[in-house]
Design a protein around this ligand. Structure first.
Ligand code: FES
Length: 106
């Protein structure tokens, strides 16, 4: 499952992950610096913040309340397309997913 990450400087990184992995894990495993993920995916850090491309937004399940609450702690401005990437579970339907990375996670 391939995901295109658009960095804050508009450069692009493609990563791939296995079904069931989180987008955060796929990015961290690939050494992407724009996703920090300090808490390792336990929804307590908000440093895995991403902006999901509008064309893909409705292919994702809605965030659970804990994700929405934790997004309030994200360093970069929260927008309607903001998600925490540790909560995005990769499925075959998400192949080609495009997300933008915020300029900072701190
Ligand atoms: Fe910490 Fe996602 S990795 S909230």
């Amino acid at each position: 499952i391939k995901i295109r990450l658009i960095n804050a400087d508009q450069s692009e990184t493609e990563v791939s992950g296995k079904p069931g992995d989180s987008l955060m894990k796929a990015a961290v495993d690939a050494g992407v610096s724009g996703i920090a993920a300090d808490c390792g995916g336990t929804l307590t850090c908000a440093t895995c913040h991403v902006y999901v491309d509008a064309a893909w937004a409705d292919k994702l399940p809605a965030p659970i309340a804990d994700e929405s609450d934790m997004l309030d702690f994200a360093a970069a401005p929260v927008q309607p397309e903001s998600r925490l990437s540790c909560q995005i579970v990769l499925t075959p339907e998400l192949d080609g997913l495009v997300v933008k990375l915020p300029a900072t996670q701190y």
